[in-house]
Design a protein around this ligand. Sequence first.
Ligand code: XLS
Ligand code: NI
Ligand code: NI
Length: 446
Amino acid sequence: MTAPFFPNIESISYAGPDSDDPLSFRWYDRDRIVAGRRMEDHLRFAVAYWHSFAADGADIFGAGTLDRPWIAGERSGAMSPMAAAEMKQDAAFEFFAKLGVPYFCFHDADMAPFSGEFRDDAAALAAMVDRAAGKMHETGVKLLWGTANLFTHPRYAAGAATNPDPELFARAAAQVCAVLEATHQLQGENYVLWGGREGYETLLNTDLGREHAQMARFLHMVVEHKHRIGFDGTILLEPKPFEPTKHQYDHDTATVFAFLQRYDLVDEIKVNVEVNHATLAGYDFHHELAYAVNAGILGSVDANAGDDRLGWDVDRFPVSVEQMTLGVYEVLRGGGLGSGGFNFDAKLRRMSIARDDLFHAHIGGMDTVARALLAAASLLESDELESFRRERYAAWDGELGQQILDGKIDLPSLRERTLELPDPISVSGRQEMLENLVARHIERTR
Ligand code: XLS
Ligand code: NI
Ligand code: NI
């Protein structure tokens, strides 16, 4: 057995909102019943293998800063890629268990050595997945979702499923087939496809129509194989408007919904909504969730936060209870996340170099979402927003509203009617009052 990577931390427990212990939860109390279910079952938190264990803080201007001995060891040649992957896996599972999260998420490239040679990579992945199964059994930590990295290797520069060369489509398909099966083996509850380079840099060299059709074919193949192997998890697409490509086809939830309808995939695929992707698309997180719930395609959430002044995917840990409350409110109104969860697709800033920074980051994120759950549940239970909303639209249940919606009245009849009646009067939308109402529920969470 290797030495613990976090020797100074035993486990993180709930100490309540008045606690000053930074290594405890102030709001995340997993067994507390909120709106009829345990907090843990509402939120289904997951840690992302990639940001927390497969990255070392390198950015485009500077080298890695974080203390990740498996990355340094492999780079210097002191460790074999397999030994490095094993050390990384031990540290990852030690972390999941000590933090007390029920789930994790991974890419093939995070979990196993990734040379880019398919035969080698598939064999290494199979070995590491078997090993992960043992770790999951030991710790009780489960898999929220798996995904294939179809964006790092140079061969995918022009996309995977949307590549102009079918050989690249085939290569990507092989990889997804392997990771979908690995996800099934680990009893993953979802499978995610983030189209990392499914988009374009310039339309001058791009055949949009072909690329859309290729992507649809790819997704159908994934769905077919899911059924063939008996994987009963949900297939999720993760909308993002741009980055790394100038334009990504899965731009936002509405765009994905239109795509799924056009290609007859709407009953098979849902969305994994990421906070920072919503804000990059120019939307509130709240909007993306409300849209997904209304379309019936909400699957899961990648919880993180952008930065108001930065226009890229900075993947900070969630810090705004207000932003999360509005999102969680939509999740609750929609009946919950089903097989989804809140995955922390978030990373430490590169100067957060102490090992326990990883705990502080996740504790803060989990407390932010847990407090948001309490506020959202209280808002929903009070029925104040819902009764306002019902009242605002009540006339649509009356005679005129029903005639319009049922198609029983046409344009000229409405003109006739309007000629006979006084012009309608407007009532207040009361936005500021409602904003204060939300603030009150957040302030009073306990
Ligand atoms: C990148 C995405 C990525 C996906 C998984 O912006 O958020 O991390 O969640 O490939
Ligand atoms: Ni993500
Ligand atoms: Ni992202």
